[in-house]
Design a protein around this ligand. Structure first.
Ligand SMILES: [Fe+2]
Length: 489
């Protein structure tokens, strides 16, 4: 398929290089009596975190659990007294929790992007972004000039990548977390957007999308990191596409009716919710990227999918954290960043299965489970499966999840461990046990923020017995900001 990077990037550059008026929301100063949970929204130290051992404070580390949990999230949420105007616009900091022989060591480094270097020099937010107007003096020649590299991480053939969604991945040293620079998959693909939710087949082949306006790039990358194919699709409008799904044979792209109508930042102000369009689903044949089918589903907004699979009769199933309408919109998490969040600002997802019959419209199976950051066993990515883990639950008085749940689609049951008010729960990842063959032969590993101890913890559960509570907990006697996504390597 013919491919023009220049043509593809035109829309994205129009977005980032658009004239900026300097108009925007007045920056509120954080108030003085900050709630205890606000510790999750403060800056990390400017130089990150040097390697420091974590203490085993509960249980016994499972033998056979050896590797590194990498995580990414915005960790510069204030410059002086000025808060970031959207959670998505803080500079990314990549954490590593290296686990070996029952011991855990934490380290973390900011991704040294152009945006970070310039803003640190100025002591101010300068780059235009998802929720940020930006300073007119900040020149934008490429999407990577505003790259926050703050959303997720992946490991490709030993190379650690910090992921954003509107620009390049950033290559980092997997041991020291030093930034090497923007990842160039192939010379003609430099600066091309690469979403923060790539999908990896059990044999290591990587699929991902990159969005620029109404153009969608489809990447097919070998486990070695070599690009096998890049195709372009057109979605007709500039939909917000953050995550997607795939089966063994198809890419399954949920196109929510949340549409950007202007290239002028802050972009969030120009997204329009058009529920009358419904949720459209684009299904693309992996073996023939020109073979595409559209399916209609009821209107829903979303950020995250679990994964998709196909049954013998051709039925496709996808699970996702769906919302009745877009959330983190105009507010953008600012109320959390300033400490002004109130209970009524809360929102809830409905963990849902979208069923696409071989013919006709899709329909929804709702669980009523309020959960986000759905995760599946990586050995079953795109394959028939039954288990999905989620950060779930809410407690009165603070934002964020309070529980870890594993939903079993086969049984229609959810197994939950409730941590309570004192621990804010982030994304948990499946780590298959050595020699395990079934989905449930895995651990779940993830970080929590312990508000009472003012400390960070990493917890390990048995995926088959989540309600029994953690197998072990390691603790760092300091905190770091709440983040988005991680990977286990
Ligand atoms: Fe995400």
């Amino acid at each position: 398929m013919s491919f023009s990077r220049r043509g593809f990037l035109t829309t994205g550059l129009a977005v980032t290089a658009a004239a900026r008026t300097g108009l925007g929301k007045a920056m509120a100063e954080p108030h003085h009596n900050l709630p205890d949970w606000h510790v999750g929204y403060r800056n990390a130290p400017v130089n990150g975190f040097d390697p420091a051992p974590m203490q085993l404070v509960f249980g016994k580390a499972p033998s056979g659990l050896s590797g590194s949990l990498y995580r990414n999230g915005p960790a510069q949420l204030h410059h002086g007294k000025t808060p970031a105007s959207h959670w998505f616009d803080g500079d990314g900091l990549v954490h590593r929790i290296a686990i070996d022989d029952g011991k855990a060591v934490h380290s973390g480094r900011f991704v040294q992007t152009h945006k970070r270097k310039e803003e640190l020099k100025a002591g101010a937010f300068l780059a235009p972004g998802f929720g940020t107007v930006g300073d007119p003096s900040f020149a934008v020649m490429s999407p990577d000039d505003v790259n926050a590299a703050n959303t997720s991480v992946m490991m490709v053939n030993g190379e650690l990548l910090a992921l954003w969604e509107a620009g390049s991945a950033f290559s980092m040293d997997a041991e020291t977390l030093e930034t090497k620079g923007p990842k160039v998959w192939r010379a003609d693909l430099a600066s091309m957007p690469f979403l923060a939710h790539p999908k990896v087949e059990p044999d290591g082949r990587i699929w991902n999308l990159g969005m620029a306006g109404e153009h969608m790039a489809i990447y097919k990358i070998a486990a070695t990191g070599t690009v096998e194919d890049v195709a372009i699709a057109n979605t007709g409008k500039e939909y917000y596409i953050h995550d997607w799904a795939m089966t063994e044979r198809q890419l399954v792209i949920l196109v929510q009716p949340w549409i950007n109508t202007s290239p002028v930042p802050p972009f969030i102000d120009h997204f329009v919710w058009q529920p009358e369009d419904g949720l459209k689903i684009l299904i693309i044949d992996k073996d023939d990227l020109s073979s595409r089918r559209w399916v209609q589903a009821p209107p829903r907004a979303f950020y995250h999918t679990g994964s998709a699979w196909q049954e013998a009769d051709g039925t496709l199933r996808i699970d996702a954290a769906l919302y009745r309408e877009p959330i983190l919109g105009a507010g953008g998490g600012t109320a959390e960043i300033t400490g002004d969040w109130r209970q009524e600002d809360g929102f809830s997802a409905d963990f849902t299965q979208i069923v696409i019959p071989p013919e006709g419209d899709a329909y929804l199976i709702e669980t009523g489970l309020d959960g986000e950051f759905p995760q599946v066993n990586p050995d079953f990515q795109g394959l028939p499966r039954k288990l999905t883990a989620l950060a779930s639950g809410t407690v009165p008085g603070r934002p964020g999840a309070s529980a870890l749940s594993v939903h079993n689609w086969e049984r229609g049951e959810t197994d939950t461990f409730e941590f309570g008010y004192d621990r804010m729960v982030e994304e948990f990842l499946f780590v298959p046990k050595p020699g395990g063959l079934r989905e449930e032969d895995s651990w779940l590993i993830g970080p929590v923020l312990n508000l009472k101890a003012k400390a960070r913890e990493v917890c390990v559960f048995d995926a088959a017995h989540v309600s029994d509570g953690p197998i072990c907990i390691w603790r760092a006697d300091y905190t770091w900001p709440l983040g988005f996504h991680g990977t286990w390597a």
